[in-house]
Write a protein that binds this ligand. Structure first.
Ligand SMILES: [Zn+2]
Length: 207
């Protein structure tokens, strides 16, 4: 009885028996035809490697200059945190705190929790403890808005290009890379995949 696996359709609440899929296949609800789940090619090691990549890109994004402005013999460099502090100096306190929250604090927590979950499945022994971090991660993801910041940055670059010479720094390219890698990570680090990797690890430990 415990071997029977059930899955609930998120559209019509129909309870279905889980079927085993080949890589690339998807299971659909027999009543409303909504997509229940699919099996992708991502493995735990690939996802863990991508998680470490996001951590490196995030470190570069927050350590190196975002851009340099050359205007009338003057050169000014700014970092992500420096840009946020400049908002604080101009009395835009709420905006400054929002930028810090959505581009530094939330992504840092997100990356940390992602690495914790994956490392725990890979090397940990008490596999059940990934459920709480996974729930926190699901709540945290909407607050991570690096792509919105990037969009604002691109708009400001277009507006400033006629006024000054602009050289984009390593943090800019890291920010762009982080958006791409995070999007791929979002598709790989799903609750279903975490559950599947946990079960595989569990059966491997019990063998
Ligand atoms: Zn359905």
């Amino acid at each position: 009885m415990s071997d029977v696996k059930l899955v609930v359709c998120h559209e019509c609440d129909l309870i279905c028996h889980e079927v085993s899929l080949h890589v690339g296949e998807a299971a659909c609800c027999p009543r409303c035809h909504a997509r229940l789940f699919h099996r992708n090619r991502s493995t735990l090691d690939q996802t863990l490697a991508l998680a470490f990549t996001t951590a490196i890109l995030f470190f570069i994004m927050n350590t190196f200059p975002l851009m340099s402005l050359h205007l009338q013999q003057n050169t000014r460099e700014t970092s992500l945190f420096g840009a946020a502090l400049a908002m604080w100096d101009r009395e835009m306190h709420v905006l400054c705190l929002l930028v810090i929250l959505t581009t530094i604090v939330a992504p840092a927590l997100q990356i940390g929790i992602e690495i914790y979950i994956l490392a725990y499945i890979k090397w940990g022994t008490r596999i059940q403890t990934t459920s709480l971090p996974m729930m926190i991660l699901q709540k945290l993801r909407p607050w991570s808005m690096v792509e919105v910041f990037m969009l604002g940055l691109l708009v400001s670059l277009v507006k400033l290009k006629d006024l000054a010479d602009i050289i984009v720094g390593p943090a800019f390219w890291s920010c762009a890379g982080l958006i791409v890698v995070s999007a791929i990570m979002g598709g790989m680090l799903t609750p279903r995949n975490v559950w599947m990797w946990s079960q595989e690890r569990k059966s491997h430990v019990n063998c």
